[in-house]
Design a protein around this ligand. Structure first.
Ligand SMILES: Nc1ncnc2c1ncn2[C@@H]1O[C@H](COP(=O)(O)OP(=O)(O)OP(=O)(O)O)[C@@H](O)[C@H]1O
Length: 245
């Protein structure tokens, strides 16, 4: 919330889907300048929510507001300019462009703005060492850092990340967790979809559980991690030790 009590992002009664098949069913949530995780079983609509928030998928009903301004119905480029950046699953980088070139492409017009390629290199020193490597030659973790760096160069108020820890080594997940905390300290909100519950809990103090296209429950801190009964009920996992990474 800001000083006027208005949330950064407010989602009300959001409905979206593919043709006749509705996936998001009157979904509600709001968030301030904080990190919030969306967790849930496969196929519950998490990626559909991300795609709808950033305008890749049109909503069929409901509202999405960023600092009180409606963004639903706008084109993705417009939503990005208004302050929502997307780090999609799979990262979508250009295999033949170098790290520097990826960042330079978005750095135009970043004068006097908080996030510059230099600031991204400071946040991820590993990327600075790889400046001249092409996207196709980066490790999964480096690709993820570059994808987050690109989103930062849009000087967004909110970054939506879909499964950022997927396929990454634990030490690289640690770097991402630190980066998310740093971003929030810098005033950038992060909405992160995560299958990895441990990573979700470490990145975000507040976790929303998505069931069949709606937010069914909300947890804070590490309660979900320590409660196998809740994991079974909401995430469909067996025992915490066996299945939570
Ligand atoms: N392009 C599409 N066309 C039709 N149906 C789709 C499309 N993308 C996703 N779906 C369906 O929408 C539902 C929600 O999928 P979504 O990918 O949003 O779930 P998810 O919670 O992100 O799961 P996962 O973690 O497996 O990606 C699923 O039933 C899926 O089959």
């Amino acid at each position: 919330m800001n000083q006027t009590g208005e949330p950064l992002l407010d989602v009300r009664g959001l409905c979206a889907g593919y043709g006749a098949s509705m996936v998001l069913e009157k979904l509600d949530f709001s968030m301030g300048v904080e990190a919030v995780a969306i967790v849930g079983r496969n196929g519950m609509g998490k990626t559909t929510l991300c795609d709808t928030l950033v305008g890749f998928l049109p909503s069929s009903d409901g509202q999405i507001s960023l600092r009180g301004r409606r963004v639903d119905g706008l084109a993705p480029e417009r939503i990005a300019r208004m302050g929502i950046a997307y780090v999609p699953q799979g990262r979508r980088l250009f295999p033949s462009l170098t790290v520097d070139e990826h960042l330079a492409m978005l750095a135009r017009g970043t004068r006097n703005k908080r996030w510059t390629p230099e600031a991204v290199y400071e946040l991820f020193p590993r990327l600075a060492e790889r400046k001249r490597h092409s996207g196709g030659n980066l490790s999964g973790g480096e690709q993820q850092m570059l994808a987050v760096g690109r989103a930062l160069l849009l000087n967004a108020d909110l970054i939506v990340m879909d499964e950022p820890s997927e396929g990454l080594a634990p030490t690289i997940v640690d770097v991402l967790v630190d980066a998310v905390h740093h971003l929030v300290d810098e005033g950038v909100a992060v909405l992160v979809v995560e299958q990895n519950l441990r990573a979700a809990v470490r990145m975000a103090h507040r976790q929303l559980v998505m069931v069949s296209g709606a937010i069914e429950a909300q947890f804070a801190g590490d309660e979900l991690l320590t409660r196998p009964d809740l994991q079974r009920r909401y995430l469909g996992v067996g025992t915490a030790k066996e299945e939570i990474q």
